[in-house]
Design a protein around this ligand. Structure first.
Ligand SMILES: Nc1ncnc2c1ncn2[C@@H]1O[C@H](COP(=O)(O)OP(=O)(O)OP(=O)(O)O)[C@@H](O)[C@H]1O
Ligand SMILES: [Mg+2]
Length: 355
């Protein structure tokens, strides 16, 4: 097993597209590290560079203590699982699993032992004699994961491996991958554009945007203190409300009279935006203490909670998360108030978190 160091990675494709501008990652041995970002931000390119499937233009990649820039994929001792799991259609599960081991020339007894172990871990024993077309999508994906496991690599690289599964199966597989990674203790780099997946899986998450790392942190850090306006707008469903504010009397004042607690250490003479999570706002009866007058624009009922879109006279409507027991109809006059602590504050110019 091994940690992975990516230093100043830059990748320009032959047609001139810069897929990765500058990426530094320091992934610990045994860590489940998630790369999260929108489509086209360079996740797959970074992962393929780590795997050795794509040669970086500049920058270094180390796996364990070894500088692997010049090593072909087979010599990097890592296993990659893709969104489209390429199983050999004519081979039974058992032989699909054994294939990479036979290719390495391992003795028969060891191949058998490793296949049996991977089949046990991925609960594939009853499916060992079936061909891929006799398996469901989820089962095929488990075979693909098992085929990565049998190699007992130093690290796993996963590129959106669950995208083709339905929601329920994805949730199950997510739990399984997390459990498996914990049990094996093998370093894993997991790429996704799904923030729920990132939050629930990752020990740490790197948020990528346009070929650069915007933030690296634990799921909690990334949720509580998004490092930039991009992260603030990307994380959370719905994401933070971004409210333009001015500092007055030690408070942050937004349009429409909304007042927020100011965190210490705010820079002066800058245009500021407060990032306020939907659950840090509250819709109440009109005239409720500390509230400003507002109107419900729409309400999205999600079963256990309701997302209210509220107009409080600000430049933009805000989204408020409430338990579904608190019900107001569209167009209702209400009071809006802040119920959380000091919000995250961003500099409009630099787009970075300032307090
Ligand atoms: N072989 C290639 N030649 C030229 N440009 C490429 C090539 N492969 C990818 N790109 C471009 O590089 C950028 C990053 O692509 P990449 O596949 O790394 O993104 P991604 O973050 O994995 O996106 P997605 O979430 O859609 O999979 C994109 O603009 C893409 O169009
Ligand atoms: Mg991709």
């Amino acid at each position: 097993m091994a940690g992975i160091e990516v230093t100043a990675l830059h990748k320009r494709y032959p047609d001139g597209t810069v897929a990765v501008e500058h990426v530094d990652l320091s992934i610990a041995d045994g860590e489940l590290f998630v790369m999260l970002g929108p489509s086209g931000c360079g996740k797959t390119t970074t992962l393929r560079a780590i795997a050795g499937l794509e040669r970086q233009t500049t920058g270094d990649i180390r796996i364990g203590a070894t500088l692997v820039n010049e090593l072909p994929p087979a010599e990097r001792d890592i296993a990659m699982v893709f969104q489209f799991y390429a199983l050999y259609p004519h081979l039974r599960t058992r032989d699909n699993l054994a294939f990479p081991l036979r290719a390495e020339g391992l003795p028969k007894a060891e191949v058998r032992e490793r296949v049996d172990e991977a089949a046990r871990l991925m609960r594939l024993a009853p499916l060992l004699n079936r061909r891929p077309r006799q398996l469901s999508g989820g089962e095929q994906q488990r075979v693909a994961l098992a085929r990565a496991l049998v190699r007992r690599p130093r690290a796993f690289l996963m590129d959106e491996p669950l995208t083709n599964l339905d929601a329920e199966l994805r949730a199950d597989m997510r739990t399984e991958i997390k459990h498996l990674q914990g049990e094996l203790g093998t370093t894993m780099v997991y790429v996704t554009h799904d923030q729920v997946e990132a939050m629930s899986l990752g020990h740490r998450i790197a948020i990528l945007n346009k070929g650069r790392v915007e933030q690296i942190g634990t799921p909690l850090e990334v949720y509580d203190r998004p490092a930039s306006l991009f992260c603030a707008a990307f994380i959370g469903s719905p994401p933070m409300n971004l409210i333009e504010v001015e500092v007055a009397d030690g408070n942050l004042c937004g349009q429409g009279g909304l007042t927020l607690t100011a965190p210490p250490g705010l820079p002066r003479d800058r245009r500021l935006v407060a990032g306020v999570r939907p659950e840090a706002l509250e819709v109440a009866e009109p005239g409720a203490e500390h509230s400003v007058p507002a109107r419900v624009v729409s309400a999205e009922w999600l079963g256990d909670e309701i997302i209210y879109v509220v107009d409080h006279g600000g430049r933009r409507d805000v989204r408020v998360r409430m338990p579904s027991t608190v019900r107001f109809a569209a167009d209702a006059k209400v009071g809006l108030r802040h119920s959380g602590g000091a919000p995250a504050v961003y500099d409009v110019g630099t787009e970075e978190l300032v307090a």
